[in-house]
Design a protein around this ligand. Structure first.
Ligand SMILES: C[S@@+](CC[C@H](N)C(=O)[O-])C[C@H]1O[C@@H](n2cnc3c(N)ncnc32)[C@H](O)[C@@H]1O
Length: 249
């Protein structure tokens, strides 16, 4: 999660991060449960971040279906879902040109394009499944995004949607207003905190390697490092993390 709000500001933030910390192919806080029960390869460097992808699509069949990921970041998650669940097609879009450039390098199979979550450049009814992970808090207009996802899904399509939010910001009414049926809404804050703690050493080492103290502080704050801002907000329940399984009727 980052602290910007216009789409050009967000794109610039992520374009810069691509140069500063290119080691990450997945850019979320992750998910961990006990036991892990996972298809992510044990020992994978980005195990917990990929676990969040796996959790987000739980119980939704991707096999043989056309999948759109809005805000695919650097494409590591897209590559994992593509390899593991065999969709017919997988399209990832992101507002950051640098993220899309990295995604094309990292992941064979999915197609990646620069695009805006609030103005999806696809015809109505193009996809069977939409995936969105830890990005909607960055959009200027969440309702426009929900309306766009609803438009590009086919009837019967699934929307797998995961993000953190302020504790008093329940997006359920906006989702229903866009036309979605909420099949499941789970609060997973504890799973996210557990992931942040288990994955802390790897991320902190990369941030510490940046040198510039201001940048190190900024990335630790937004990157969920234990003791820093984003981690503290989850622990103090100022922000919560939810995952949704939604259906376009
Ligand atoms: C925290 S990252 C998560 C990326 C990816 N889902 C993952 O888990 O690795 C948030 C992503 O949202 C993208 N983003 C922010 N605003 C956007 C917008 N309006 N349209 C498309 N992508 C956007 C950013 O460029 C960034 O790649």
């Amino acid at each position: 999660m980052a602290g910007e709000s216009t789409s050009s500001g967000v794109a610039a933030y992520y374009d810069k991060a691509a140069a500063k910390v290119p080691e990450f192919t997945v850019l979320n806080y992750g998910f961990s449960s006990e036991p892990e029960n996972s298809r992510v390869p044990a020992g994978h460097a980005e195990f917990y971040c990929l676990r969040l992808y796996e959790h987000t699509v739980r119980d939704v069949d991707l096999a043989g279906r056309d999948v759109l990921e809005v805000s695919c970041g650097r494409g590591g998650g897209a590559g994992f879902l593509f390899r593991t669940f065999a969709p017919r097609s997988y399209t990832g879009i992101d507002v950051s040109g640098e993220n899309i450039r990295m995604a094309r390098r990292h992941s064979d199979g999915p197609r990646f394009e620069v695009g805006d979550a609030e103005k999806l450049g696809f015809d109505a009814g193009t996809f069977d499944v939409a995936v969105n992970i830890e990005a909607s808090h960055l959009y200027a207009d969440r309702r426009a995004f929900f309306a766009e996802v609803f438009r590009v899904l086919r009837p019967g399509g699934d929307f797998c949607y995961t993000d953190g939010c302020w504790a008093d910001d329940d997006c359920s009414d906006d989702l229903r207003a866009a036309g979605f049926v909420i099949e499941e809404r789970l609060e997973i804050t504890d799973n996210v905190i557990r992931s942040l703690e288990l994955d802390n050493e790897r991320k902190e080492k990369l941030f510490d390697g940046l040198g510039d103290p201001e940048l190190v502080r900024e990335y630790k704050d937004w990157g969920g490092i234990v003791g820093f801002r984003a981690w503290r907000r989850f622990v103090e329940r100022e922000t919560l993390y939810f995952s949704h399984r939604l259906r376009r009727p």
